[in-house]
Design a protein around this ligand. Structure first.
Ligand code: CP
Ligand code: NVA
Length: 312
């Protein structure tokens, strides 16, 4: 936040590569500690407030469980239960809640809302998903790729589908870490041009790359990792029918995956629509790591909170 001088996590792009790699490393340490039953109450007494303007299974439970494992507490707030749902301003809400808790997470619609929220808040703000970005998910995805492929540099990731929040955070994540990202999106559903341009520029410095095509096979060619996401995101329910038409040919299925490397890995942030963006055969098949990926939300978010609240 500019006004308060606190550090936030609204996008992957705003963090340095060092910060990203440090947090990924910390996530691995915390993961091992949790697996071995070693106490790691490094945020004893800290409180996270979480505001949800959209539904959530993973984000809500992994943040809450993570904070409890770190010795702190989390408060789950649905925007309809807050005065925010009756028109109290985003700024007043952020100012008030900052007096009660040590960090805030918010899942909302427009990215401008979280920006305003973070500018007004005097505690660190974490983006739990906006229409434009889903940074905590892509941090978990980077951790997953690192684990499965042994690193991030020179790994080829094919993202198939909507140029949405997941695509945008993937572009920024690839640009920071040296991944080669190839996005295949239908015409009219490409990712934001500014995010693509910034990603291309930064990737040139890290040894990574970002490319956009309308041909899923071209994107998947020799890919190490195949990622997809729903065709209609939360808030786009009325576009569902039109999108179903536009995304024909962008389903991740056996035929498409045959263009990837033999040992390709399939990822999906979940929730998934089997039979739409991905077949059951693929998401429930031997290449899929979707549940490890979901698990990594917990570990990476604990590391993010630890960094924002302890500076380490
Ligand atoms: N992937 C993800 O963010 O899931 P939820 O919507 O369940 O939080
Ligand atoms: N793109 C999806 C991701 C859900 C976790 C959405 O915004 O609904």
């Amino acid at each position: 936040t500019i006004a308060s001088g606190t550090k936030d996590f609204l996008t992957i792009g705003e963090w340095s590569a060092t910060e990203i790699f440090d947090v990924l490393e910390k996530a691995t340490v915390l993961k091992n500690q949790q697996k071995s039953g070693t106490q790691h109450k490094e945020l004893e007494g800290k409180i996270l407030g979480m505001i949800f303007e959209k539904s959530s299974t993973r984000t809500r439970v992994s943040f809450e469980a993570g904070m409890i494992q770190l010795g702190g507490n989390a408060i789950h707030l649905k925007s309809d239960d807050l005065q925010l749902g009756r028109g109290e301003s985003v700024e007043d809400t952020a100012m008030v809640l900052s007096q009660y808790v040590d960090a805030l997470m918010i899942r909302t619609f427009g990215h401008d809302i979280i920006q305003r929220f973070a500018d007004a808040a005097t505690v660190p703000v974490i983006n739990g998903l906006t229409d434009m970005h889903h940074p905590t998910q892509v941090m978990a995805d980077l951790l997953t790729i690192k684990e499965v492929k042994g690193g991030l540099q020179d790994v080829k990731v094919a993202y198939i589908g909507d140029g949405n929040n997941m695509a945008h955070s993937f572009i920024e994540g690839a640009a920071k870490t040296g991944l080669h990202l190839s996005i295949a999106a239908p015409v009219g559903y490409e990712p934001d041009k500014k995010i693509v341009a910034a990603g291309e520029q930064e990737a040139a410095l890290t040894g990574g790359s970002v490319s956009i095509t309308a041909d899923p096979k071209e994107a998947v060619e020799h890919a190490d990792v195949i990622v997809t996401d729903v065709w209609a995101s939360m808030g786009q329910e009325e576009e569902q029918a039109a999108r179903m038409g536009a995304f024909q040919g962008f389903q991740v299925n056996e035929d498409l995956c045959s263009y990837a490397k033999q040992d390709y890995t399939f990822m999906h942030c979940l929730p998934a629509h089997r039979g739409e963006e991905v077949t059951s055969q693929i998401i429930d098949g031997s290449h899929s790591v979707v549940f490890e990926e979901a698990q990594n939300r917990l570990h990476v978010q604990k590391a993010i909170m630890h960094y924002l609240l302890s500076g380490k």
